[in-house]
Design a protein around this ligand. Structure first.
Ligand SMILES: [Zn+2]
Length: 443
């Protein structure tokens, strides 16, 4: 038997750990689902492997972790644009979801998203949407690693009548995937304005008992903060602190409307922030003060949010935006530098998941979640600084290869586990009905 299943031979390896390291002419050996060697190419070429993959012109790095998405909302990409958050939600998104949400809708939207995510270099998806069992199965088939945070929301939906049913269905799903190697189930209380205090407190207790992650939309707009203050007398972050929701398992998404005190509270509890810069910019909800959070030692991961408010699910484009907007927000070109955003899209995502020991970098013993980007085009030459090229010079289409737990899911630009034609045809069938319904909303 060969010593390795696969040995990858890129021009460069960017392992992320240690920071700033670039390994020229190095190769990475995979055995089973694990990275089992990182060594000079000349030595690697002598080793026995079932497959040697020539990645000339490519840089190999850890797969990207998209820490916040609503995959099924891909069917609503470009559906209602250039609107304030609450108008967008109340006039278009929520009525459309009430009309159409079903397991079929979620299947079509999730598979469209999964194809898009893999093509853009995502190897781990953190999702939050109705019918998470359907998205879980789609991720399982495609071989995409995923944390599905099941919705907990005080609204009757096609998926669950009330928060009670959300929790019971979610827990049953968590049970089903208890020992799964790449699917995990966590809690997704929507927000402090869509979930009662009693339910939030219950989620905190259950998550603690089960050692399960919690993801929540938080401090997205000044209006949200104001309305929670009017209702409860507390800022959303303080309310979560009081209810026991804040902790190292908690991922706070957006955090655009933040005061200094809010940041201190997040830091005190070791909660994580998930930054979604393109969604925030498109909805005009503000800019997360990423550098200030990092300066406090808060872990900041990166997500695309759903395609309806982005419109892309491309993590390369997301990290580029995070770097550019981070400097403007901080008034300092040194803020949110290229290496910081590469880490946000990889190791920081792994930290938010509590998986930094086995994900987020190219290190021996970690899971073989890897991507290769082709940087041989003229737009990347000369290659003085790889981090600069990866962050500021990419268009998002450079990702050519992807492996999740050693399984190749993208091979020289071709999806290996998703039927591209089937996915696109199904999405286009849905778009006809959705477009017709949208016309009724505009009347
Ligand atoms: Zn969201």
């Amino acid at each position: 038997m060969a010593q390795f299943d696969t040995i990858l031979h890129p021009d460069f390896v960017v392992p992320i750990v240690p920071r700033y390291e670039v390994l020229p002419a190095h190769s990475v050996g995979i055995k089973g689902d694990t990275i089992s060697a990182v060594l000079p190419r000349a030595e690697a070429l002598e080793l026995e492997a079932s497959e040697h993959v020539d990645l000339a012109g490519c840089v190999l790095m850890p797969g990207l972790i998209n820490s916040h998405c609503h995959a099924a909302m891909s069917l609503l990409r470009g559906y209602a644009d250039d609107l304030p958050l609450m108008t967008w939600l109340q006039r278009y998104i929520w009525p459309t979801e009430r009309q159409f949400i079903s397991s079929e809708f979620v299947l079509a939207g999730s598979e469209l998203a999964i194809a898009d995510l893999i093509l853009g270099g995502t190897t781990t998806l953190v999702d939050h949407y109705f019918f998470p069992e359907v998205t879980a199965e789609a991720c399982e088939r495609a071989g995409l690693r995923a944390l599905l945070t099941f919705p907990v929301i005080d609204v009757t939906t096609a998926w669950a009548r009330d928060t009670e049913e959300c929790i019971s269905r979610g827990l049953a799903l968590r049970d089903r995937y208890r020992n799964h190697d790449h699917i995990e189930i966590g809690f997704g209380p929507h927000s402090t304005y869509q979930v009662s205090e009693e339910t939030l407190a219950r989620v905190a207790v259950l998550a603690e008992e089960l050692d399960a992650p919690i993801q929540i939309h938080l401090h997205e707009t000044d209006d949200e903060v104001l309305s929670v203050v009017e209702q409860s007398g507390m800022r959303p972050v303080d309310l979560l602190e009081k209810l026991g929701v804040l902790g190292p398992r908690t991922q706070c998404v957006h955090m655009t409307a933040l005061g200094e005190q809010d940041m201190d509270t997040i830091a005190t509890h070791g909660a994580h922030v998930v930054h979604c810069p393109r969604s925030n910019l498109k909805l005009g909800t503000g800019v997360c003060a990423v550098q200030k959070l990092l300066d406090r030692g808060i872990n900041v991961a990166l997500g695309t949010d759903g395609a309806a408010s982005n419109n892309r699910l491309n993590m390369i484009s997301e990290l580029q935006t995070a770097a550019l907007i981070g400097k403007t927000a901080h008034g300092d070109p040194k803020a949110v530098d290229a290496w910081t955003t590469l880490e946000m899209a990889t190791l920081s995502g792994a930290r938010a998941l509590g998986r930094a020991a086995d994900l987020g970098s190219v290190e021996i013993g970690k899971l073989a979640d890897l991507i290769a980007l082709d940087l041989s085009g003229v737009q990347h030459l000369p290659l003085y600084d790889l981090a600069s090229s990866l962050v500021y010079g990419t268009s998002g289409s450079e990702v050519k290869w992807s492996w999740v737990a050693g399984r190749c899911v993208l091979r020289d630009g071709q999806l290996q586990s998703v039927d591209y034609t089937e996915v696109t045809e199904r999405a286009s069938d849905w778009s006809d009905q959705l477009a017709a319904f949208r016309t009724t909303l505009e009347q």
